[in-house]
Design a protein around this ligand. Structure first.
Ligand SMILES: [Zn+2]
Length: 323
């Protein structure tokens, strides 16, 4: 057993105890999901990037776990600044608007829990694959796996989506961005409308072209925000209340521009809990946890592990041992 697994075990144990004793009182915790799969075979068969490989079963057990422990589930329409400081809250969120997300509707309705789905309008309108899925399935077919594919994807992230897409078409051939099925494609406009007609479904803005906004100047950012906002307003009767930073990246100087486009809530991929009451600046930098299937049955404790309860100490010990 190495140091990391000892720390993890202790952390899981402590996290479980803390959750049982109401550790998250006075906090909002948010979860980020991407694709939702029927089972792990579907997630790992190579059609798309499995990302966290969350199955329907696992998604439902996360909800059950937090419901049972008295957490309240909030929607983007709740007033985050006035949540009860004695309460424990969960915000469910999904990025990228995959068609496979429609699978969670029966679960959301069954438990009456809202969720917000951040979509990129250009992908829905043009029925275009996300570039990372195109890279994943092509490289997977060529025999690459795991970190090798991730390295290629990470190497592309400093570019604008449009440049990445032309590069992929040049390298892999035209048609590379055509979705291959229901697992990897974004929802169509008609599907989004029907999806959003469910009372527990909220749609949010994730830019028009899934641009990492730190790659954009102010005019480009404004254009990305407005195109997606207009589109969401045209498909979603509840409106587009919330923004999610693609890849979680942003500059603090961009926050005002996003606010001025009408967004009072924006969500990052920075891991952590959100302390109540929310201050104004917290509302534009909401933190999220990203549950992974590889956490196995300990995923809800893992969410606490993500709090770096002990990671900080683990890093210090590791440094001491290495040096
Ligand atoms: Zn995204």
């Amino acid at each position: 057993m190495n140091i990391k697994s000892i720390f993890k075990r202790f952390d899981y144990f402590l996290a479980r105890l803390l959750i049982l004793f109401g550790y998250n009182k006075g906090y909002l915790i948010s979860f980020l999901f991407h694709g939702i799969f029927t089972d792990e075979n579907e997630a790992f068969k190579g059609d798309c990037d499995p990302q966290q490989a969350i199955t329907l079963l696992r998604f439902e057990s996360i909800i059950k776990f937090y419901k049972k422990r008295g957490y309240q589930f909030v929607s983007p329409h709740d007033d985050f600044c006035n949540l009860d400081r004695k309460g424990k809250y969960v915000l469910l969120s999904f990025d990228d608007g995959y068609y496979n997300n429609t699978r969670v509707v029966p679960i959301l309705m069954k438990y009456q829990v809202p969720a917000v789905f951040f979509i990129s309008s250009g992908h829905s309108i043009n029925q275009k694959s996300y570039w990372w899925d195109a890279v994943y399935r092509t490289e997977f077919k060529l025999g690459k796996r795991g970190k090798d594919i991730l390295d290629i994807q990470n190497g592309l992230k400093g570019n604008k989506t449009i440049d990445i897409e032309s590069q992929l078409e040049a390298n892999y051939g035209k048609g590379i961005l055509c979705p291959i099925g229901d697992t990897d494609r974004p929802m169509t406009t008609g599907e989004l409308k029907e999806f959003e007609s469910n009372s527990m479904v909220y749609i949010g803005n994730h830019t028009n072209n899934h641009e990492i906004i730190t790659n954009l100047n102010d005019d480009e950012l404004q254009d990305e925000l407005i195109k997606c906002k207009d589109y969401v307003n045209s498909v979603a009767s509840k409106g587009a209340y919330m923004f999610a930073y693609p890849n979680g990246a942003y500059n603090r100087t961009q926050l005002d521009l996003i606010k001025n486009t009408g967004y009072k809530l924006a969500i990052t991929t920075e891991r952590g809990r959100n302390k109540l009451p929310f201050k104004d600046e917290d509302k534009m930098q909401i933190k999220r946890f990203i549950p992974k299937s590889t956490y196995g049955n300990k995923y809800y404790y893992s969410c606490m592990y993500d709090l770096y309860l002990f990671r900080k100490w683990y890093d210090i010990v590791k440094k001491l041992l290495i040096s």
